[in-house]
Every structure is written in structure tokens, then in C-alpha cells.
Design a protein around this ligand. Structure first.
Ligand SMILES: NC(=O)c1ccc[n+]([C@@H]2O[C@H](COP(=O)([O-])OP(=O)(O)OC[C@H]3O[C@@H](n4cnc5c(N)ncnc54)[C@H](O)[C@@H]3O)[C@@H](O)[C@H]2O)c1
Length: 321
């Protein structure tokens, strides 16, 4: 905490993402003020915090006493000025459109000093455009989380055209102090890095299903029990490199050029998801749920519990808890 001079944090907009971010910041020792226009959202955030803390207790990650301390660091208000006035870092997680974010960011900065860093959780809007109504756009930065932020370490840090380098450094240092893995983008792009990678894979899955190569369930299994297991350990470039032996990734890929190009020629390159997408996925996902074991969870709620438990185990293996 000394490194960043950040002593207190505010989360503005505490729906799905803001509430989870706030829990993480409080978990890592920061006093956090949660602010929302809707009283119901504040109540929901409080309830979610308790439920998520219970999961951490049940999995032996924190004690009941620590959970109480974490809750003690979280305060709730509908008063924006009160929430942001005395903090050094603000995470904005309001609705995903310029019409809401632009005035909200201008309002937030009116109550803070110019050296307060403001991060927006936006999933796809441009930081430069979100900052258009700000007097000090240089301290706005994209801090794109992966859901749920209190568990998934990745946060993608994106500069707008006017964002200063000190803001990038302070933001990364703060996120690291919370146990997160910040990845900084050199340019603003829609979907950041992670969502582009996800959509690239998903385009290919839909294409394979549409072309009757496999079912949606089998595409999931092929990924889960093949590359997915390795990707949970290392990124794809490092995995390729390890498989390449003495030659290394560059030479090996060069030697496989003919085979790689053959694949690429045949793969999906379309620019719009097909109109049958809803129907294709709805049918396929039911089949995938039916194929799951009782332990893996055959309903969405049970599968979610299984996913979160496995996620905690993976995070333990990565020393991220
Ligand atoms: N849901 C995800 O998986 C996900 C992942 C990464 C990033 N994001 C991004 O995070 C942001 C929030 O998404 P979400 O899914 O949590 O949305 P959400 O609808 O669950 O929460 C938005 C909250 O903002 C509040 N709000 C609206 N106007 C406000 C104002 N003027 N002041 C304070 N609070 C206000 C709403 O009452 C609501 O509680 C979006 O920018 C979204 O793109 C979402």
C-alpha cells in the first residue's frame, strides 16, 4: 500500500462487477466505500459480499474472523460526493454506455483532486470517449476485470489518448497490491485482449457446429480436456514453445507452415455471428448439461458451484489465494 499512496478506495456502481471488485479491495486490506444510485444495489452488494465470504470460509481460504474484518472495511452510500472525496483510487462500474458513463465520470472527478486515479470497468467502450466530458481526462484509465473480479486475477489496463503514464504505473501497482495480474494494452482496441481471444475461439466453435463437424458439447470437451487444461497452466505461446524442443517456437512453426496454412484456409473468417446463433447454442448447451455428471452439476446453479470450487483450487495452485 505504501508504494502507491493509496489508502482508501471507492467503487461507484456496485452491480455484478463493482460489488465483486469492492470485495476484493476490502479483502486485500483497503477501506472501500461502495456507492450506487440504487439502494437495492447496495443491499445486493452487501448480501453478495457475505455469500462470497462464506464460500471463501467453506473452502478454507479465510477464517470467519477475517471475513468480519473484511466486512468492517466496507461502507455503503448513495452519496457520490461522500464516497469519492477522500479516496485515492476509484473504480467506476456503472452501465455500459457513453450516455451514462460520460456524465458519471465528469461528476466523479468534480469531487476529487486531480491526482486521484479513476479506473473504468468498461468492457468495450473507448476510454478516450468516456473521458470526453472530464476536465482532467489524463487520470482516467480502463481497468477491465474478468468476472468475478474478486477471484479472477486478470485486469486489462487500457490508456485513453490523454491518460498519463503515472496513472498507468499507479493503477498497475495498486492492482498488484490486491493480488491481481494487470496486463497493459499499448493501444485502445475493442474487446481488449482477452475478449478478442474468447470471441476468436467461439467463432471457430460455432463454425464447426454449423458445418456439422461436432456438437457444441464435444467442442467444449475437446477444449476442456485438451488445450484448456494446458492453458490453465501457461499461455499458448509458451505451450507451443515447450512442445517445440530445441528448435523453439519460431523455427517449429515455420516448418509447419504448410499444415498451418491449410488449416487457416479452412477456418471461419466471418465478421458477424450467424442469425441461427441463439438456436444453435440453446440446443447444444442443453445436451452439454445432460452429459455432465452429478458431481459436475447438471443444472446451471450446480454447474456454477462446481466451476467456482474448481476455480479456487486452480487459484491455490497458482499461489493466487
Ligand atoms: N458483467 C460482466 O461480466 C462484466 C465483465 C467485465 C466488465 N464489465 C463492465 O462493468 C461495468 C458494470 O457492469 P455490471 O455487469 O456490473 O452492470 P450492472 O448493471 O450489474 O451494474 C451497474 C450498476 O451501476 C449502477 N448505476 C447506474 N447509474 C449510476 C450512477 N449514476 N452512479 C452510481 N451507480 C450507478 C446501477 O444501479 C447498477 O447497480 C460495465 O461497464 C460492464 O461493461 C462487466
Amino acid at each position: 500500500m505504501e508504494q502507491t499512496n493509496i489508502r482508501a478506495v471507492a467503487c461507484v456502481g456496485v452491480g455484478v462487477i463493482g460489488a465483486s471488485f469492492a470485495l476484493q479491495f476490502a479483502w486485500k486490506g483497503y477501506p472501500v466505500t461502495l456507492c450506487d444510485v440504487a439502494q437495492a444495489a447496495l443491499e445486493g452488494a452487501k448480501k453478495n459480499a457475505r455469500e462470497n465470504l462464506n464460500v471463501l470460509i467453506e473452502n478454507g481460504i479465510i477464517t470467519a474472523a477475517e471475513a468480519l474484518e473484511i466486512e468492517g472495511r466496507m461502507t455503503y452510500t448513495t452519496d457520490l460526493a461522500e464516497a469519492v472525496r477522500n479516496v485515492q483510487f476509484i473504480q467506476e462500474s456503472g452501465p455500459e454506455n457513453y450516455g451514462m458513463k460520460q456524465p458519471l465520470l465528469a461528476q466523479i472527478e468534480a469531487y476529487t483532486s486531480p491526482d486521484t486515479v479513476i479506473a473504468t470497468s468498461t468492457s468495450g467502450l473507448l476510454v478516450t470517449k468516456i473521458a470526453e466530458q472530464m476536465v482532467h481526462p489524463e487520470r482516467l484509465i480502463g481497468g477491465h476485470p474478468y468476472n468475478p473480479p474478486h477471484l479472477i486475477p486478470l485486469v486489462e489496463v487500457a490508456k485513453g489518448e490523454k491518460t498519463k503514464d503515472w496513472v498507468v504505473q499507479k493503477t498497475c501497482a495498486f492492482y498488484k497490491s490486491c493480488g491481481k495480474e494487470p496486463v497493459v494494452l499499448n493501444k485502445e482496441v475493442s474487446g481488449f485482449i482477452s475478449n478478442r481471444l474468447q470471441v476468436a475461439v467461439y467463432r471457430e466453435i460455432i463454425d464447426l457446429v454449423q458445418n456439422d463437424v461436432c456438437s457444441l458439447a464435444d467442442a467444449d470437451r475437446a477444449l476442456l480436456y485438451g488445450p484448456g487444461l494446458r492453458w490453465g497452466i501457461m499461455g499458448p505461446s509458451m505451450i507451443f514453445h515447450l512442445a517445440a524442443g530445441e528448435l523453439g517456437i519460431g523455427v517449429t512453426m515455420e516448418r509447419q507452415r504448410e499444415s498451418l496454412d491449410e488449416r487457416l484456409k479452412d477456418m471461419a473468417a466471418w465478421k458477424h455471428f450467424p442469425k441461427e446463433l441463439a438456436e444453435l447454442t440453446a440446443n447444444g448447451i442443453q445436451e452439454a448439461l445432460n452429459q455432465r455428471t452429478e458431481k459436475e452439476g447438471r443444472t446451471i446453479d450446480k454447474a456454477r458451484v462446481y466451476r467456482d470450487k474448481m476455480l479456487l483450487e486452480l487459484l491455490k495452485l497458482h499461489n493466487k489465494l
